[in-house]
Design a protein around this ligand. Structure first.
Ligand code: ZN
Length: 110
């Protein structure tokens, strides 16, 4: 059963979300969309290629799995620790009330 299909499957990594995924190699265009983040990009590096999608898929899955475990090891960098310092605000707020002219002009019309 020789397959007449000359479709080549390639493994590409999204530069945006770093997800490895299987795509069909196109002769006309090297543009592709990430299936995860939908980022449109051009093929920059082919990590694997072959006529059997299953082989490429296996490669992609093992790559993503190892990448995931790496992420788990690193855990999330706690760079954004929020320090909620209580700023003591004096209850007495001093309003710079300028003393307005209290002088009432009393016109005595007698
Ligand atoms: Zn992506």
């Amino acid at each position: 059963m020789a397959s007449s299909s000359s479709t080549v499957f390639i493994a590409l990594q999204c530069f945006h979300c770093s997800t490895m995924q299987v795509k069909q190699k196109k002769k006309s265009s090297n543009k592709w969309n990430c299936a995860v983040c939908n980022q449109k990009q051009s093929v920059r590096k082919v990590f694997a290629q072959g006529y059997k999608a299953k082989d490429i898929r296996t490669f992609v899955q093992s790559f993503n799995r190892s990448r995931k475990s790496l992420d788990d090891d690193q855990q999330w960098l706690q760079a954004g620790t929020l320090n909620h310092e209580m700023e003591h605000v004096d209850g007495e707020s001093e309003f710079p009330n300028e003393l307005n002219n209290n002088k009432k002009t009393i016109l005595s019309r007698w």
